[in-house]
Design a protein around this ligand. Structure first.
Ligand code: URA
Length: 294
């Protein structure tokens, strides 16, 4: 029998269940049907708190982490873990970007103007809007994804689709807002059918990414997924070999973690990502959520 909830309560329950699911809390879900946007809750909402209480610690993400009194550039309050960043490059020791000179007095506006109505690579043919990047131009934390999807292409903004909503939840779980960080991609135009960007497209577009990072001067770069990590680090190694490790790139700390789209397909991996993000929080001096009593 279908549950007897009013449509608005039904919607609220759906939203709440989707939120928990996106955090990797799946104990009261059946798996989604492949390709289906819906889900079938197994239990009434009254079981929420009881279920949440038995979650393993590492996936018990806070609904919203305590807001840092956070300015976008919070002063470190905790000593960062003794992470020794390593330089990772297995392709001749030179990063793709080493040859790109730092441009004096560069600004995000100049970079956007230089990009113009770009036709430098074939991706321009199918694009609707260039997705340059979005967020705080002085952010301490920059997230780099792969390339725009359909929603991003329509809106001209990065990470606004389903994976983007999960990224927003990840950012909020860190005690930040999207506007505190900067979000951009390796390529600025949507690859057809959401395929991975091809090497010539990455080579053509990524200098703009480099300039964005140089201008923003973040303390930490988080690469979301293999394309961002491999592009910036110039490595052919699989992301699982260095995910969650502090790496160094042009004197900045870099952490590669899984892409939110991968997490939507593999929710258990959210526990790993949350561990990675907590390392980033420590580095930025953001308060970690209090551990719940077992
Ligand atoms: N995936 C990405 O890598 N970037 C976006 O902007 C959206 C989805």
């Amino acid at each position: 029998m279908p549950p007897r909830f009013s449509p608005s309560l039904q919607q609220k329950i759906e939203d709440r269940l989707r939120f928990y699911e996106d955090l990797g809390i799946r104990l009261f879900y059946k798996d989604r049907e492949p390709g289906s946007a819906g889900f079938i809750p197994e239990a009434a909402p009254s079981t929420f708190s009881a279920t949440a209480a038995v979650l393993p610690e590492e996936i018990a993400l806070p609904k919203a982490a305590p807001k840092s009194a956070a300015t976008p550039r919070p002063a470190p309050t905790a000593k960062p873990a003794a992470a020794v960043p390593i330089v990772l490059s297995d392709a001749g020791g030179t990063s793709l970007f080493e040859s790109v000179e730092k441009i004096a007095d560069d600004t995000l506006l100049k970079i956007r103007e230089d990009l113009g109505d770009c036709t430098r690579c074939k991706l321009h043919k199918g694009r609707n809007k260039i997705v340059f990047g979005d967020g705080n131009p002085k952010a301490q934390l920059v997230f780099v994804g792969e390339g725009p999807g359909a929603d991003e292409d329509m809106q001209g903004l990065p990470f606004v689709g389903r994976a983007g909503k999960l990224l927003t939840q990840m950012i909020e779980a860190m005690g930040l807002q999207r506007g505190d960080v900067y979000i951009c991609n390796v390529v600025k135009c949507r690859p057809p059918d959401n395929r991975q960007p091809e090497p010539d497209e990455v080579t053509t577009c990524s200098p703009y990414l480099l300039r964005q990072i140089d201008v923003i001067q973040p303390k930490v770069i988080v690469c979301l997924g293999a394309t961002a990590a491999k592009t910036i680090l110039n490595t052919t190694r699989g992301i699982s070999q260095f995910r969650g490790e502090w790496l160094e790139w042009r004197g900045r700390k870099l952490m590669a973690t899984y892409h939110p789209a991968y997490l939507l397909r593999n929710p258990p991996a959210k526990a790993d990502v949350w561990k990675d993000l907590q390392k980033v929080m420590l580095e930025l001096g953001l308060p970690l959520p209090k551990k719940s009593k077992s």
